[in-house]
Design a protein. Structure first.
Length: 275
């Protein structure tokens, strides 16, 4: 398997504080790699090393086959990055902002204009009037994704792309990431596990600077032999007692707990009625 990103024994120390401990990342080409970890786990530090914004203390890293970890970095074509708070020229309209960024990468004016139209359509901003400066946080986040894609990257790195967004904005950004699956390698960090699970093909779990687990999400979440299996079940209320009794007749130790529909489903149902 070829790797878009790979690190070997990657370490980073600030004074007496070690942020990363022998991190061995393996991000397959074409994957959507969810980089999971709580705030302060070391996700952003890892990403900064991969982007060439800081050096590693020890270990090796390669991004699209080019070494990372020492400064000054070697430029790598085909890599785009979206920080958690994208910031673009507030006096420009959305399309002009994308064209300006594409032209900086020597994309011709005609191609830049066409890409801008296509990407604004993808992120739901094609007919949005006004300047970037008056956009909401969610609109800026979506425009940031379009900006990161305007140079047609092979690798897209997103740092907490759903942070501080409302539920609708989060859903929109996750839908865009899912839509991009297969078009480029996507590596995105998040501490929101539900977001990672919805769109990732592979995950890496970083905890206090240690990579605890890594691999395809199907393999990592597959039940182990003799472990417990978990099911979600929706049924009419009048059948609930019969179903519970039937399950317990098969497995007397089965744990069955009644649950309400959940806030996320309630919110989705409530806000999508009549759309």
């Amino acid at each position: 398997m070829e790797w878009a990103v790979r690190t070997t024994h990657l370490c980073k120390t600030y004074g007496a504080h070690q942020v990363l401990h022998d991190v061995d990342l393996q991000v397959p080409q074409g994957s959507v790699y969810g980089f999971v970890g709580a705030n302060g786990a070391g996700k952003t530090t890892t990403i900064r090393i991969l982007l060439g914004l800081t050096s590693s203390t020890r270990g090796r890293a390669t991004v699209l086959g080019t070494s990372r970890g020492s400064l000054p970095p070697t430029p790598i074509r085909g890599v785009s990055y979206l920080p958690d708070v994208p910031n673009m020229s507030p006096w420009l309209g959305a399309k002009d902002a994308l064209i300006s960024l594409a032209r900086l990468d020597n994309v011709s004016s005609d191609i830049a204009s066409q890409r801008a139209d296509d990407l604004l359509d993808l992120v739901g901003l094609k007919h949005t009037p006004g300047k970037v400066g008056v956009f909401s946080r969610g609109m800026k986040q979506r425009l940031g994704i379009a900006a990161a894609l305007v140079t047609a990257p092979q690798l897209l790195i997103l740092d907490e792309p759903t942070s501080a967004l409302d539920p609708v904005g989060r859903a929109d950004v996750l839908a865009i990431i899912k839509e991009l699956s297969g078009r480029a390698t996507i590596m995105f960090s998040s501490h929101i596990l539900a977001d990672i699970e919805k769109v990732s093909t592979h995950i890496g779990v970083l905890h206090r600077g240690h990579l605890l687990a890594q691999g395809s999400i199907e393999e990592l979440l597959k039940p182990a032999e003799n472990s417990r299996s978990y099911f979600g079940l929706t049924t009419r209320t009048e059948y609930a007692e019969q179903i519970v009794n039937a399950v317990r007749a098969i497995d007397s130790q089965a744990l069955i707990e009644a649950q309400h529909q959940g806030l996320e489903r309630f919110y989705d149902d409530l806000t999508t009625r009549g759309r």
